[in-house]
Each structure stands twice: as structure tokens, then as C-alpha cells.
Design a protein around this ligand. Structure first.
Ligand code: SGN
Ligand code: CA
Length: 507
């Protein structure tokens, strides 16, 4: 027999659930805080099983909310991913195919629809879509890639430079807008968008010595020889060993006998004299030892990997602590209950897998995007979603959250039901991918299709195909294209690729 206290708890649990279900109706209109970073791979997030770092604050969103385990982009590069998120459309339909394109801000975006639906909207931080933001009541963005230190911001009032570290400043400006500047009569949607952890991986001063003396585990494929794949992958220029720059990427300024570090390098980095003094103090001993050691071959690659990954993870340490500041502010301001908080990033990134840095390929590390979401009482705590979601789904999801009906002609579909833990038997079982840049890091244009288990990639300019069985070969080390045992599967995927292209009207 249940004890009275237990009975009461059960009753209270049922009551809470019933109230939560009642609370969720089309008129509830929660706030939305979309925290977004640049190039943060799932392999560097605790909630996704990172072997190399801890992200307690991002993990908190996952723990108190739900994680999308198979969330992917449609074109693994910054501007295109952002344009897709705004429009709910693949690149060919929103017109932003490559980083240098200019976003047509006259087109329909989810912030505009939210605004029309009575939301107050803001974007703060990295934008990277060339044209000025539209659909925002407030915008304060970095020009282009933005600088890690003492960054310039552009807003409708003009340009100004702010002293300090980018990730901290974007958070300061976001909290200031939440606290002092928004119209508190309306629900709001804030896009808080960090530059970090993008190349050239400049950590905050206080994290410069984090991981000193530690050995970060290397990925198994750090010394990949690209056997068993097409010529396309061999032509890349994104190898940590061959293409990562010692000074520009790895902060390896040559020690000077007079201890005067290269002033031009310091000013290129945007550091103030005092910041530069601390920077040099942190890096100089290891840099001197590096030049003393005259490393070669695999030893050199291993050393570069350690310097690269530590700086990348140090940048993430700032991202994570600033996610914590935002969560803390929402608690303090009494906003946490009524706010959907998301953490995501524009695409994945190579952390030494295949010997790579950068992104662009349809391989898993750059295809996958993190997405964790918390909305107390609506999205269950500890939820895990395995269905394949994509960045085309973000806009429709946000619209449904706000009680609006997503337009039928968006390519994506609202993932709110999945986030709420509801079964979705008719959810998609494949995604379309298309990377359009020509030559960036030696990556050829390609398109492809991925299902739960298989992936087919077509490098169409050279007409090379790759096919992976992700269950047998999760690290994509061996293309099975052309093997008789997979011929039927390849044909199914080829047909699926054709079907997706006609469904999305890809020219
Ligand atoms: C810069 C980087 C590249 C990176 C692109 C795109 N070079 O060109 O490594 O792939 O941005 O990044 S750098 O020397 O300028 O850092 S994206 O995130 O904006 O798409
Ligand atoms: Ca990016």
C-alpha cells in the first residue's frame, strides 16, 4: 500500500502535469532566448558526451530540458546556416548560398513574423549576413566575423568599439537589453550570438592557462590517410599539420631576445598594451620551448593539435560561463518559467578528426549541430530526441512556440512536438544537404542525403560519389560506394536524393 505522503506526491505530480498541459495553449506566448555560437561542435559539449571538456551550463539546459541528438545543418558554413535559420528555407530558396553572398533582408523571416505577432525582437552579436538586420526592434551586431578583443559593434546609431572580451560583451549587451531596454509589456525573442569559438581561437585572458600541463585526448583519425575515399577529400586544405598557421592560428609568436613581441601581430589581434602583456606572459614560455624543440612530422601535428584544441576549448569555457550568466539572470529576473532557452551553433567543426580543422563537408563532425532547449512545464526535463532534425526546422518551431502558424512553404517543420516528447510517427527520415562554395579550404561542391543509417554524397563537379554505412562505420573511414552488397541501398538513397530535390525545388 502506498504511504499517504507518496500518494500526495503522485497526486501533486499529476496535478503539475495537468497544469502544465493547460498552461500550454496557443495564447501562452513565452519568451524565446536563442543563444547561438559559431563553430561549436557537439564533440565539445558535455551533454553530447564530450571526451575533451566540460560545459556545465550548456549541460544544465539539456538536463532541465531536452536535447536533439541528431540535429543537422543543410549547408555547413556560417552565413548560409544563419540564413536558413531565419527563413526556414534551404540555401537555394533563401538566396544565401555562400559566405560572401548578401542576405536579402526583404524576404520573410521568423523574427519578422514574431514581430507581426506582437513580439519584441532583438539580435546581439555575430550576424555575418552582409546586409543590415531586418525584423528586429533592436540590433547591435559585429561587422563581418568581429574581433575577439575590444570589438566594434554596429547598430542603427552607428559604430562604436567596446573594450573587453567579445563573449562577455555580447552577454553584457544582451542582459542590458533584457533588463533595461526592451518593452516589458510584450513577449520577447532575443538572439544572443557569440563569435566564439571561431578561428583564430583567441581565449579570454582569464582562461589562457586553463588546460596547461594537461594532455587532451586525440581523435582516432588524427593521422587519417584518406584511403578508401574519393579524390575529393584528399584535395582538402584544412589539415592541422599542413595548413594551420603557427602565428595566425596558434599564437606562436617567435620569442624576441629583447622580449619585445611583434607589435604588428599584437595590434592585428586587437589587444590593448596591457592585454598584450598578459597574453605574452601566458604564451611566451611554451612558445620559446616550441621553437627550441624543432619538432617534425607526427610530433609537430600532435603539438599543433594540443595548442589548437586547448585554445578552442578555452574559448568554449567563456561561452559556457556566459550561458550560465544568462540562465542566472533569467532566474533572478523571474523570467525562467516563461522562457524557452536554446543553445545551438551554426554548424559543427573538426576537432582533429581526419586530421582536420574547419567544417564544410557533409561528414558527421561538421554536419551535426548542437541543440538543447529548456521550457519548464512544457518541454520535459532530461528528454532526448533521436529523430533527424535540421536547421530548416528552427523557424517553424519558434513560430509554433509563439502560438503562430508556420507558413506551409517553409522547408522545415516545427519540432515542438518532438521537444515535448510526443511521438511523431510521420517525422522525416532523411535530410538534404548542399554545400556550394568553390575552393574554400579545398572542399569541392557537393550535395547529398542522410538517413538514420546511411549517407550518400555526390561531388558533382568531378562526379565522384561516396556512400557510408554509419552503423558499421560511424567515423566515415570507408566509402562503400560501388560495393555490390550495398548497391540496392545506394539506389534507394539516390532515389531519395532526387525526391528531396524535387520536394524542395532545387534548381
Ligand atoms: C574565415 C576563416 C576560415 C573559415 C571561414 C568561414 N579563415 O575565412 O577558416 O572557414 O572564415 O567561417 S580566417 O583565417 O579568417 O579565420 S564561417 O564560420 O564564417 O563560415
Ligand atoms: Ca560558423
Amino acid at each position: 500500500m502506498q504511504r499517504p505522503q507518496k500518494l500526495f506526491q503522485t497526486f501533486r505530480g499529476t496535478l503539475c502535469l495537468a497544469l502544465a498541459l493547460l498552461a500550454f495553449d496557443a495564447s501562452s506566448r513565452p519568451n524565446i532566448v536563442f543563444i547561438f555560437s559559431d563553430d561549436h561542435a557537439v564533440n565539445a559539449i558535455g551533454a553530447y558526451g564530450s571526451r575533451i571538456n566540460e560545459t556545465p551550463n550548456i549541460d544544465r539546459i539539456a538536463r532541465e530540458g531536452t536535447i536533439l541528438l541528431n540535429n543537422m545543418c543543410g549547408n555547413s558554413i556560417c552565413g548560409p546556416s544563419r540564413a536558413t535559420i531565419l527563413t526556414g528555407l534551404h540555401s537555394h530558396a533563401n538566396g544565401f548560398l555562400k559566405n560572401r553572398d548578401e542576405f536579402n533582408g526583404a524576404q520573410r523571416t521568423f523574427p519578422k513574423l514574431l514581430q507581426q505577432g506582437g513580439y519584441e525582437t532583438a539580435v546581439i552579436g555575430k550576424w555575418h549576413l552582409t546586409s543590415e538586420p531586418t525584423g528586429f526592434d533592436h540590433w547591435d551586431v559585429l561587422p563581418g566575423q568581429g574581433s575577439y578583443y575590444n570589438p566594434t559593434f554596429i547598430s542603427p546609431e552607428g559604430r562604436r568599439r567596446i573594450y573587453g572580451y567579445n563573449t562577455d560583451i555580447v552577454t553584457d549587451l544582451s542582459i542590458r537589453w533584457l533588463q533595461e531596454e526592451r518593452d516589458s509589456e510584450k513577449p520577447f525573442m532575443l538572439m544572443c550570438q557569440f563569435k566564439a569559438p571561431h578561428r583564430n581561437w583567441m581565449p579570454n585572458l582569464k582562461h589562457l592557462n586553463k588546460y596547461d600541463g594537461e594532455h587532451i585526448p586525440e581523435p582516432d583519425s588524427l593521422f587519417d590517410d584518406f584511403d578508401g575515399r574519393t579524390s575529393s577529400i584528399k584535395k582538402n586544405s584544412m589539415m592541422i599539420g599542413r595548413h594551420m598557421r603557427l602565428v595566425g592560428d596558434l599564437q606562436l609568436d617567435r620569442p624576441d631576445p629583447n622580449n619585445e613581441y611583434d607589435v604588428r601581430t599584437a595590434s592585428r589581434r586587437g589587444l590593448s598594451p596591457e592585454q598584450n602583456r598578459q597574453w605574452d606572459a601566458a604564451f611566451a614560455p611554451e612558445n620559446a620551448a616550441f621553437y627550441e624543440a624543432n619538432l617534425e612530422g607526427d610530433d609537430m601535428v600532435r603539438w599543433k593539435y594540443q595548442r589548437y584544441i586547448k585554445n578552442y576549448l578555452r574559448c568554449i569555457a567563456s561561452v559556457d560561463e556566459n550561458v550560465g550568466r544568462i540562465l542566472d539572470y533569467l532566474d533572478w529576473a523571474g523570467l525562467a518559467e516563461d522562457t524557452l532557452v536554446i543553445y545551438s551553433s551554426d554548424q559543427g567543426f573538426y576537432l582533429g578528426e581526419h586530421g582536420f580543422f574547419d567544417k564544410r563537408w557533409m561528414y558527421e563532425e561538421s554536419l551535426r549541430m548542437p541543440f538543447v532547449a529548456r521550457w519548464p512545464g512544457v518541454i520535459p526535463a532530461g528528454g532526448k530526441v533521436s529523430e533527424i532534425t535540421q536547421n530548416i526546422d528552427f523557424a517553424p518551431t519558434f513560430l509554433e512556440v509563439a502560438g503562430l502558424t508556420p507558413p506551409d512553404d517553409m522547408h522545415g517543420r516545427s519540432a515542438l512536438g518532438l521537444l515535448r516528447g510526443e511521438p511523431a510517427p510521420d517525422w522525416r527520415d532523411s535530410i538534404y544537404y548542399h554545400y556550394y562554395e568553390k575552393g574554400g579550404h579545398g572542399v569541392a561542391r557537393h550535395e547529398g542525403v542522410r538517413t538514420n543509417r546511411y549517407k550518400l554524397i555526390h561531388f558533382y563537379n568531378v562526379d565522384e560519389w561516396e556512400f557510408y554505412d554509419l552503423e558499421q562505420d560511424p567515423n566515415e573511414m570507408l566509402s562503400r560506394y560501388g560495393e555490390p552488397q550495398y548497391a540496392a541501398q545506394v539506389e534507394l538513397l539516390r532515389a531519395e536524393l532526387g525526391r528531396l530535390k524535387s520536394a524542395y525545388a532545387v534548381p
